[in-house]
Design a protein around this ligand. Structure first.
Ligand SMILES: C[S@@+](CC[C@H](N)C(=O)[O-])C[C@H]1O[C@@H](n2cnc3c(N)ncnc32)[C@H](O)[C@@H]1O
Length: 271
């Protein structure tokens, strides 16, 4: 840092600035791309098959509403929250009046005081939103998600997999010149901002820069450690699913593979 450059903002402010930026809101609006659910999220459709009209869903880190278009359509009550006011405004603008049971509000996953204990059948935090916070804040958020979930209900979230880190600094050759340049930029910034892979992967929760959310670092987790931590929080059932193909990761070894880039955790609160 030069003598004249301003000090870097604290991580939370920098994250929030990114998620409030026009670029981030536009990217997560998927305006020119088809909307989709990830494989493990598709499982949710069948899991609550005949119960959707009675379901109360809290969709945390809703972004610009990728998941809203599926779950607000089905659920009796759907509440989308995000700590970025920009994302919440976008959802309100896109979905105003579309579903009578749907609403959106600004809110931080680490403090869900506006939501009562035992009030939602499904508490979802999709697309690795929990990786935007420190391990301590992740635990606070998971406890809050557990608190607002009904007994017997489900808390579902995803997180980047530590075991996929070795693939991130690999350079992919693209025939298209613009894509090649973008890939070169990504590769260079990942190399610059992280220590060598062998050094970085030594802790259960790893702080890593993968060049996907501005200048911000993310927290990658080890699936077997995350699952044990969830059991320690008191969830009675913890299932793990690979995001890349949706398969259930039954053994610890199943999740310890670089091709499993993220893992979805389905956690059941005690009835
Ligand atoms: C990768 S985006 C995913 C958005 C959306 N769920 C999707 O799948 O397109 C992560 C979202 O989590 C939100 N987020 C991050 N930390 C949060 C927190 N502590 N509380 C609430 N939202 C948060 C961000 O603002 C962002 O909209």
């Amino acid at each position: 840092m030069s003598a004249s450059s301003p000090p870097a903002p604290p991580p939370e402010t920098s994250q929030l600035n990114y998620w409030n930026s026009e670029n981030a809101v536009a990217y997560y609006s998927y305006d020119h791309r088809p909307v989709f659910l990830y494989y493990p999220e598709l499982r949710l459709l069948g899991m609550f098959q005949d119960r959707w009209p009675q379901m109360r869903v809290l969709d945390i880190g809703v972004g610009a509403g990728r998941t809203t278009q599926y779950f607000a359509e089905l659920a009796g009550t759907y509440v989308g929250i995000d700590f970025s006011q920009g994302m919440v405004d976008r959802c309100q603008q896109r979905f105003a009046g579309r579903w009578p049971g749907a609403s959106f509000q600004q809110g931080d996953a680490t403090d869900l005081h506006q939501h009562a204990d035992n009030s939602y059948d499904l508490v979802l935090f999709s697309f690795n939103g929990v990786d935007c916070m420190s391990p301590e804040k992740r635990e606070m958020a998971l406890k809050e998600m557990q608190r607002v979930c009904k007994p017997g209900g489900w808390v579902v979230f995803s997180s980047h997999n530590v075991y996929s880190i070795p693939l991130i600094p690999k350079f992919e050759i693209h025939p298209h010149p613009m894509r090649f340049l973008e890939e070169a930029r990504r590769w260079w910034s990942v190399k610059q901002k992280n220590p060598p892979v062998e050094q970085v992967m030594t802790t259960p929760y790893v702080r890593y820069y993968d060049a996907t959310i501005g200048d911000n670092y993310l927290i990658f987790s080890r699936p077997e450690v995350q699952a044990r931590d969830l059991q320690a929080l008191g969830f009675t059932e913890v299932r793990r699913y690979a995001n890349n193909d949706g398969r259930e990761l039954i053994t610890d070894q199943d999740g310890q593979h670089p091709s499993v880039s993220w893992v979805y955790y389905f956690c059941r609160k005690q009835s």
